[in-house]
Design a binder for this molecule. Structure first.
Ligand SMILES: C[S@@+](CC[C@H](N)C(=O)[O-])C[C@H]1O[C@@H](n2cnc3c(N)ncnc32)[C@H](O)[C@@H]1O
Length: 170
């Protein structure tokens, strides 16, 4: 997406979800995607804003604190790999900066309860990045407690808000 040539014909619609967030070159990529539209075509980007993830219910105070520690450590590690954790809130401004018009955004969030499908995102992220979380100072016991928490229906957290932004090439 960063270097591959794009087809020359203008598109009516270009859509990407949770990809540009990972790319340090995201502003250049957005400009290239906007340039691939035909006049009047729409660019739709859907990206997380990971900075507003309140715990909505927890079996105890310690559980909420642990969730926040792990979430912050995950974000810090992903940021080191090039992720912008709040790219979702920056997309409208970036689209306007790229010359797109009629830019609007809608943000979707829901509750994720322990044991449910959505909260599995935190489960696999913490499993796949366990070594890096240990490097951030988390212990094996804390990581096990975190996994148990994500399976506990008494634990409920806000989903990662997904900002869906659209803009039209004039
Ligand atoms: C969080 S996943 C999102 C997957 C899918 N778009 C979705 O919404 O379910 C991030 C995706 O970005 C892709 N990706 C990361 N860097 C990329 C790059 N430089 N060029 C193209 N794709 C890339 C990964 O392969 C992965 O599929």
């Amino acid at each position: 997406m960063v270097q591959d040539p794009l087809p020359a014909d203008g598109y009516d619609l270009v859509h990407a979800r949770l990809v540009l967030q990972h790319l340090p070159e995201r502003l250049d990529v957005l400009a290239r995607l906007a340039g691939a539209l035909r006049p009047g075509g729409w660019l739709v980007l859907e990206e997380f804003d990971t900075a507003w993830v309140p715990v909505l219910a927890a079996p105890d105070e310690e559980a909420a604190t642990l969730f926040e520690r792990v979430h912050n450590a995950l974000s810090a590690q992903l940021e080191k790999a090039g992720l912008d954790p709040v790219w979702g809130r920056r997309v409208p401004g970036a689209m306007l900066g790229a010359g797109l018009a009629d830019v609007t955004a809608t943000t979707y969030a829901e509750s994720w309860a322990g044991g449910g499908t959505g909260i599995g995102l935190h489960r696999v992220n913490a499993q796949q990045m366990a070594d890096r979380l240990r490097a951030e100072g988390l212990t094996d016991a804390e990581l096990e407690r975190f996994q148990a928490l994500l399976a506990d229906p008494a634990f409920v957290v806000n989903s990662l808000p997904l900002v869906s932004t659209r803009g039209r090439r004039p």
